[in-house]
Ligand binder design. Structure first.
Ligand SMILES: *Cc1c(COP(=O)(O)O)cnc(C)c1O
Length: 492
């Protein structure tokens, strides 16, 4: 109680905002390191964790500034233009402000009474997302009515949770008895053989053995083939199985390429199968006039997930699961909890019947703040720009004689290889070494991925400050790292 007051908050906010301001300016100018790693035990001492926890006082000097300095210095610098690593948003400051407000007022809004403002914003943001998919037809996204002719959805703490929620809805639709007797053993799921691992986990949680995931073949770029889908369906029929859902990637995590949604949706319609789109990363293409063709056919699906904390510029976590048919969402969980689901004479609506989460953060306010600063067009321009500049990076890479890209990128994810690999060394292991070496130097942050049976270098262009100059710099940095790697290898 002693320090939990407005005065302490205000003095802290002034210091924190000063430190963050410096952090953003220094990150964005791109001069320092993206990532300054040190051994964990050294870092924990630098942060003075043990002492602060035992005695408190972080809100007083010299502790506040000392801690902030160390904490920020050894964090991943997402705002740095040479952050080209994982599919995590370089957070928009609007999202940060909404995090701050939520952190101070803490309104777990799954029950309307526990956060009416946040609940109304969530419903509006769901309408906005549904509108992009083609499942909401009113002009006003802030209309609070219930209409069975529009879709429905809910925000979740991450895409993995969203996938699980969608699959639970799909199971409730085909086998409602699962709620009382568990998953029937004749249910299978069909999906790409490069499915996201959150699907495997969801199946495990649902009590579905991993061999009830029928892998459909992909082409050499990890894109689902129609033949693969048809074959998997035929196999399910032959095995006497019921197909609970067909899952497509939009886009795949590794290569950033899109499965052919329209064609697969047509097959699913013919067979009357639940089509689920894993749009965690790539559903954002819906916003971009130049790229929305990649999502053609999306409105024919039954459910889709979408991570705002990937391409819609929010901090973690912020995701949503959307359904074409609101009855599917309503049927996901058949449970009634008397303390929350009581018939009441009350204003507003509760989203708690439709979520796995019981206590839930005001997630949609993050997206709202981004939109309310940038406007729809601003966010759309961001997506278009990231996708377009990645194509430029592709051209730059293939123009270099010592680098190669195995495919033309469709999104802002790109895999590539370095071709001057010393004779006798395994390309995959060498790429991994290159990547690790580069990251430990700290000036560029990139990732790697398994593709075509070997490890590739991989970038995800999340930062709108990353330019062709940074990309040229990256290729040079890789060359220098490679030559150093070679000299150390020959010394050994
Ligand atoms: C990131 C991702 C997920 C998982 O989302 P989280 O928010 O990380 O839980 C699921 N599917 C695909 C295709 C993804 O790229």
């Amino acid at each position: 109680m002693k320090y939990n007051n407005a005065e302490t908050l205000q003095s802290l906010l002034i210091k924190v905002s000063g430190a963050l301001q410096k952090y953003i300016v220094n990150s964005q100018d791109g001069q320092g390191k993206v990532l300054d790693q040190m051994p964990a035990s050294q870092l924990s001492r630098e942060l003075n964790i043990d002492d602060l926890v035992k005695h408190g006082g972080i809100h007083k000097e010299p502790h506040t500034l000392k801690f902030l300095h160390a904490y920020l210095a050894h964090s991943q610098h997402m705002h740095h233009p040479q952050y080209i690593g994982h599919q995590v948003a370089v957070p928009h400051i609007g999202s940060g402000v909404s995090d701050l407000i939520h952190g101070i007022i803490n309104n777990p809004m799954a029950i309307y009474e526990m956060g009416p403002s946040a609940a109304v914003i969530e419903k509006s943001m769901i309408h906005w997302l549904l509108k992009q998919v083609g499942w909401y037809h009113l002009d006003d996204i802030a209309d609070m009515g219930f209409y069975p002719q529009h879709g429905a959805g809910v925000f979740t703490h991450g895409g993995s949770m969203a996938n699980l929620t969608a699959l639970l809805a799909a199971r409730a639709a085909i086998a409602p008895e699962s709620w009382t007797v568990g998953s029937p053993d004749d249910l299978v799921i069909i999906g790409s053989s490069v499915w996201h691992y959150s699907i495997s986990r969801a199946m495990s949680i649902m009590g579905m053995p991993q061999d009830t995931f029928y892998r459909a073949d992909v082409d050499e770029n990890d894109v689902l083939t129609l033949k693969g889908i048809e074959r998997a369906i035929a196999r399910a029929h032959k095995d006497g199985k019921r197909i609970m859902a067909v899952i497509v990637n939009a886009c795949t995590t590794s290569t950033g390429l899109y499965d052919p949604i329209q064609e697969i949706a047509t097959i699913c319609q013919r067979e009357q199968l639940w089509l689920h789109i894993d749009g965690a990363h790539g559903a954002a293409a819906l916003l971009s006039e130049t790229d929305q063709h990649l999502m053609s056919g999306v409105e024919m699906a039954d459910s889709i997930i979408w991570d705002m904390h990937k391409m819609l510029r929010t901090s973690t976590l912020c995701a949503a699961v959307l359904y074409k048919n609101p009855e599917h969402m309503a049927a996901t969980f058949q449970q009634k909890g008397s303390y929350i689901f009581h018939e009441k004479e009350a204003v507003g609506f509760d989203v708690i019947p439709y979520t796995l989460e019981c206590t839930k953060a005001a997630l949609a306010t993050k997206l709202f703040w981004v939109l309310a600063i940038e406007g729809e067009q601003g966010l759309a321009d961001y997506v278009s720009h990231q996708y377009a500049i990645t194509k430029k990076f592709y051209e730059l890479i293939i123009a270099a004689e010592d680098f190669d890209c195995p495919y033309v990128p469709e999104s802002n994810i790109l895999c590539f290889t370095y071709s001057k690999i010393p004779l006798g060394l395994d390309a995959g292991i060498y790429h991994l070494q290159l990547r690790n070496e580069l990251v430990s130097e700290g000036y560029y942050y990139i990732t790697s991925c398994d593709f075509r049976g070997t490890t590739h270098l991989r970038i995800t262009v999340m930062n709108d400050l990353t330019t062709e100059q940074h990309m040229t710099g990256l290729l040079d940095a890789i060359r220098i790292t490679a030559s150093r790697l070679i000299s150390t290898t020959t010394e050994l």
